[in-house]
Design a protein around this ligand. Sequence first.
Ligand code: HEM
Length: 139
Amino acid sequence: MIHYLPLVDATLNAASALLLMGGYYFILRKNIPAHRACMLSAFATSILFLVCYLTYHYFHGVTHFPGHGPVRTFYLSLLGSHTILAVVIVPLALTTLYRAWRRRFDRHRSIAVWTLPLWIYVSITGVVVYWMLYHMKFS
Ligand code: HEM
């Protein structure tokens, strides 16, 4: 059961990225209910990801990347930027949601333009890190 969690994590990251892009598409078309639904679903998906991620690492510990050379450097810089921005995104996402909840949409927009691309970056790099760690072939 626990061995499926990395795949579950990657799927949740991919779902989160798609929901965020969908939410952006809808707000550009002034569809506020659909924007709201997508963004709240992306938030729920990311919370679920965090629960699965922490569960996996609690039982399994750290998985080391087997590659060497340039691919390892690339992997570590991707993982580093992913991890740092994943921490940064928490207060950004909470503030963005809080401002929407208080209906301060002008201030919501001014922070959301930072939150959205960073959150999408974190979600997509989460999928790439998973793929490199579990599916990349080394001779
Ligand atoms: C953390 C989740 C959210 C993110 C990342 C997000 C992202 C964004 C972004 C990037 C924009 C600016 C679009 C543009 O004009 O280029 C925007 C605008 C807007 N969002 Fe959100 N949003 C989130 C949650 C919500 C929620 C829950 C609502 C609730 C109704 C909401 C309502 C709005 C409205 C009304 C605007 C238009 C503001 C304006 O242009 O004056 N958003 N959002």
